[in-house]
Ligand binder design. Structure first.
Ligand code: NI
Length: 395
């Protein structure tokens, strides 16, 4: 192991208690999406103590800037800071359980925030070894549309800092502390919700010839939608079109005026999602025209897919191997169908996202994300802060 890696590990140990205490403070005082006012003040205060410049482009959340040696390189590290609107449970967290009913850090964002504050300390101590600057992103509202990542990207604040690459991570209860999981290419799905109204002509159920029956048309539309993944898309490209809800009619003997369909589309690129949207529109237009009905169609793009830049994913992998050892770097084979608003940064800058192992029996931290007992094994701070710093110092 070379000197810089030793130094990073020493620093991660030095700030371990700081990260644990910070996480526990945040855990006790959670704030839900777009309401992270105290959390933001706390982060700004912590960064100012280190002499790190801060900016507040949105109402909540902030960015911090660490200046290293003159260079064009600008690396952004991202943490999300919001809690979930829920109550928590769990003996393992007894000493620092949420003191706010209806708000709890059950997705690990308290860990992400404390980790980035710890990483800031490490990098600030080693800033004479940084080429260019590091932008620390403490973003609000990962859990709520339109997503803090989207608003921050659209604010232009990161472009103004000249960000070149962006890295982020999420705690993962299915992996052991000390380990990470990384994957180049598609990592998490884009999430889309759609709402459709098929407008026909109502009437008596016994005189269908005088009506335009939206239920029969809806049935045809649903059938046709299933041909999009199976007949319109490349079979090696995973996608889902699901109608999750249908609403129409009021009685046995009435043909209703309209039928409503609601559902979700999942894919691993916006290009595929938009192709699905185009086919859905064509099917709706064709089927309704053939029957004399009309339609409305809303395709609400949520978060795009998280697709890791090859080079950035390789930086995470190689930094992980150097700092944690090959045996602790898991190469993921398959992407996840869940979404993440980190994807918005990747629309603008090359970047990569990885998973950090935080699940253990000792910490009772193998519960799924968003479970009321969700917890993290704090030992993982040693891994995460060292790796985040390593990514900057190796890139
Ligand atoms: Ni999360």
């Amino acid at each position: 192991m070379s000197r810089i890696q030793d130094l990073i590990h020493e620093k991660a140990e030095q700030y371990f208690d700081y990260m644990v205490q910070t996480r526990r403070y945040l855990h006790k005082n959670p704030e839900v999406s777009f309401k992270e006012f105290e959390t933001t003040d706390y982060i700004i205060h912590e960064l100012k103590k280190l002499g790190i410049e801060t900016k507040r482009p949105l109402e909540t959340g902030c960015i911090g800037i660490i200046d290293g040696n003159p260079s064009d390189s600008v690396i952004a590290l991202r943490a999300d800071i919001d809690a979930l609107p829920m109550d928590e449970e769990g003996d393992a967290k007894k000493e620092f359980m949420s003191e706010r009913p209806g708000a709890a850090h059950c997705c690990g964002h308290d860990f992400h925030t404390a980790n980035l504050l710890g990483t800031a300390r490490i990098l600030n101590d080693l800033k004479d070894r940084i080429d260019g600057k590091v932008v620390l992103i403490f973003q609000p509202a990962e859990e709520k549309l339109p997503g803090g990542g989207r608003l921050l990207t659209e604010s232009g604040a990161l472009q103004n800092e000249g960000v070149k690459k962006v890295y982020g991570m999420h705690t993962n209860p299915n992996i052991s502390p000390g380990q990470i999981a990384v994957k180049a290419g598609p990592l998490m799905a884009c999430t889309v919700e759609f709402d459709i109204e098929i407008i026909g002509k109502g009437g008596h159920a016994a005189a269908p010839h005088t009506t335009v029956d939206p239920i029969v048309i809806a049935a045809q539309v649903i059938q046709q939608f299933q041909t999009i993944p199976s007949r319109s898309l490349d079979p090696t490209e995973p996608s889902v079109v699901t109608v999750g809800k249908i609403r129409a009619g009021s009685a046995h003997n009435i043909i209703p005026e309209k039928a409503e369909l609601m559902g979700t589309v999942r894919a691993f690129s916006m290009e595929t999602a938009r192709m699905i949207k185009k086919r859905m529109e064509e099917i709706l237009a064709g089927v309704t025209a053939a029957s004399g009905a009309t339609f409305t169609f809303h395709f609400n793009e949520g978060y795009p897919a998280v697709v890791n830049d090859e080079e950035c994913a390789e930086t995470i992998r190689s930094s992980g191997v150097e700092l944690l050892g090959t045996e602790n770097v898991i190469l993921m084979e398959r992407p996840l169908m869940a979404g993440e608003d980190f994807a918005f940064y990747q629309q603008e800058f090359p970047g990569a996202f990885f998973f950090l192992g935080t699940g253990s029996d000792e910490a009772d931290s193998k519960w799924s994300w968003h479970h009321p007992r969700y917890n993290v094994d704090e030992k993982a701070f040693l891994t995460s802060s060292a790796l985040m710093a390593g990514i900057v110092l190796n890139t």
